[in-house]
Write a protein that binds this ligand. Structure first.
Ligand code: HEC
Ligand code: HEC
Length: 441
């Protein structure tokens, strides 16, 4: 599904389209047709395509014909709009992966997070679950064809207080579907490299101290262990998601199917808890086979990093401003990763895969839940891959340009403040050279 015109929306219009998308989603209690979803995405008109073809939704060069056919099959499954009879629901947010990762890029679909906060509007309250019994993720749409389903998970209305007490403060934040380009490289990276980044940063005098999100593997084992042989409960290093809460791309696929689409699969065979207590949908049992789950993960694994045209001047400035401390230019991959093109290489991902305290301004007030050791102000260093294909930046799209995104690294308490000061101290020409470099990554 190519929603190309959305890439050319000016920022204000883009945000309006996003807001409209979620407003449409929230106001409707029933299943939305793909047409209405497409309209809420900001239009589907073809015509304003990039002349040079498709420069990013591409497979890694040189892969075998078997992998190539998995890539194309996965690409179409990724964009496939699932229906109630495919197992969609009982609750969902969008009905295809591509609805939130259009052509592998950011948005237009999004997820809203809810948090109970203190009087300052930022600090999470100790008690979240009494007020948010179905968790901190909104699930705005319901499939009304399923008997008994009527109640989405929306931000509660606390007017008048709860049980006679004062009304708690609710904060709602956005997470845009991030770009998924180059994520196979990130899956192939050695655990020891991520641990090395953490220990190297621990001794820095400038306050940049990323940390690993250590987790217990929270999914059922993949019936096909080729790429993922983890058992439930294994101690693992989180890599994926904006707060590095998921271990592998097949696990992310299962998590997204379950949480964003209400579609069950072998690694996540149960529907999410919901207010009506519904445990199945119009497709009885587990909705997708292991192959249907894994082929979507193969598409993610095989998505290429778009061609980069960068200068050595830009690279030098990127290092001078200490951007590369967090946005590490490359990390080594495993020799036994099953995709030979990704095995035993320096993966040019521009992230250290670590969580960093980015300060109060970028905080989403989300604490606990399913994000392991990630706190409300922590974010995994965003991989800098294909940024020129995005129209908004940062986890919630608050930055309209790359320059804004850099300046927004500088909230109170952010580990990146010193780096922003170094950026600000550059001459206008050098700033431009650095921005051009980041744009081309
Ligand atoms: C409703 C919107 C939505 C849908 C539908 C959706 N995603 Fe996502 N996706 C997100 C958001 C938001 C995040 C960030 C999640 C987080 O940090 O908790 C994300 C993160 C990801 C990531 C991690 C990227 C990274 O940088 O670590 C992958 C991989 C991914 N999604 C794949 C999928 C797949 C595969 C599907 C379909 C089965 C899918 N998504 C469906 C919104 C969506
Ligand atoms: C302390 C670690 C750290 C340093 C230093 C740092 N960044 Fe970041 N960067 C992050 C994190 C974490 C995010 C994700 C924040 C979010 O989404 O809210 C991010 C996000 C970004 C984004 C947005 C990417 C996207 O996909 O939206 C850009 C662009 C970026 N950084 C560029 C830079 C540049 C250029 C520098 C140097 C001037 C720099 N960063 C320094 C940690 C860092």
């Amino acid at each position: 599904m190519k929603l190309r015109t959305t890439r050319f929306l000016p920022h204000a219009l883009w945000i309006a389209a996003l807001t409209l998308g979620s407003a449409v989603a929230c106001s409707s209690g029933s299943y939305l047709s793909p047409q209405s979803l497409a309209t809420s995405d900001g239009g589907t008109g073809e015509g304003s395509t990039i002349d040079t073809g498709d420069p990013f939704d591409n497979p890694i060069a040189g892969i075998s014909s078997t992998l190539l056919s998995q890539f194309y099959q996965g690409d179409s499954e990724f964009d496939l709009v699932l229906r109630p009879y495919d197992g969609l629901g009982p609750l969902y947010t969008r009905s295809s992966c591509g609805g939130c990762h259009s052509d592998g890029n950011r948005g237009p679909g999004l997820v809203q997070k809810m948090a109970i906060v203190g009087a300052d509007g930022i600090t999470p309250a100790a008690d979240q679950s009494s007020f948010l019994p179905f968790g901190n993720t909104e699930h705005p749409l319901v499939v009304t064809d399923i008997p008994g389903v009527k109640t989405p998970v929306l931000p509660p209305d606390f007017d008048g207080g709860v049980d006679g007490g004062p009304a708690p403060n609710l904060r709602v934040t956005i997470r845009l579907g991030p770009p998924v380009l180059g994520r196979g490289y990130m899956e192939a990276i050695l655990d020891s490299e991520i641990l090395r980044m953490e220990s190297e940063q621990a001794s820095r005098p400038d306050g940049i101290h990323g940390h690993v999100n250590h987790l217990a593997f929270a999914s059922h084992p993949n019936p096909d262990p080729t790429y993922d042989s983890h058992q439930t409960g294994d101690e693992v290093i989180g890599r994926f998601g904006l707060k590095a809460r998921i271990v592998t791309l097949d696990e992310f696929t299962a998590d997204a199917l379950q949480g964003d689409m209400g579609v069950t699969s072998p690694m996540r065979p149960t529907e999410i808890a919901n207010p009506d207590g519904i445990t199945d949908d119009l497709k009885p049992g587990v909705d997708l086979t292991a192959d249907e789950m894994n082929v979507r993960a193969m598409y993610l694994r095989l998505l290429a990093i778009p061609k980069r045209d960068t200068t050595s001047e830009g690279k030098a400035l990127f290092e001078q401003a200490k951007c590369n401390v967090c946005h590490a230019e490359s990390l080594k991959t495993r020799a036994d990763y099953p995709i030979p093109e990704l095995a035993n290489i320096d993966a040019p991902v521009f992230t250290d895969m670590l969580l960093h305290d980015m300060g109060d301004t970028l905080s989403d007030s989300v604490a606990g839940g399913n994000e392991g050791q990630a706190g409300p102000r922590d974010w995994r260093t965003a991989p800098l891959v294909g940024l020129r294909f995005d129209r908004v930046f940062l986890h919630d799209g608050r930055a309209a340009t790359i320059e804004d995104a850099i300046k927004m690294h500088d909230g109170p308490g952010s580990e990146a403040s010193g780096s922003v000061q170094l950026f600000n101290a550059l001459s206008a020409t050098d700033q431009q050279t650095l921005l051009t470099y980041v744009h081309a990554l």
